[in-house]
Structures are given as C-alpha cells and as structure tokens.
Design a protein. Structure first.
Length: 72
C-alpha cells in the first residue's frame, strides 16, 4: 500500500490533501526542503547560509522534474 493510496483512501480523491500529495510540484517543495537545509548547514560555512533558499528551489525543481518521469 503506497502513501498516496493511503491518503486517497483516508481523505477521498477530491480533498486538498490528496491534491497536494499527488501534485508533483507541490510535493517537490516539501521533499527538497530537508535536503537543502542539511546541505547548507552541513557543508557550507556560516556566512554562506543565505544559499538555503536557492538550494531549496533548485532541489525542488530537480525533484519536480524527476517526479514527472514517473507520470510518463
């Protein structure tokens, strides 16, 4: 049983929660956030923490593109 199937069974196909889980671009925002924070805090010196936002957006875009491969 996949997470997406569980969400549909629990909330229904027309709910906002189901939409957010099935929308590749919506999901990519939340999937990429921990990676961007971990990369910035774990790898870069303190004065480069401003890179969290660009890293988050870049990782989100990459995650969204990879998620679209699943749809094809």
């Amino acid at each position: 049983l996949s997470f997406r199937r569980w969400v549909i069974d629990r909330y229904g196909e027309e709910s906002a929660t189901s939409y957010l889980v099935h929308c590749v671009w919506c999901t990519s925002i939340w999937v990429s956030m921990p990676g961007a924070i971990a990369w910035t805090v774990g790898v870069l010196p303190l004065h480069y923490y401003w890179l969290v936002l660009p890293a988050w957006l870049a990782m989100s875009h990459l995650t969204g593109l990879l998620g679209r491969l699943e749809e094809d």
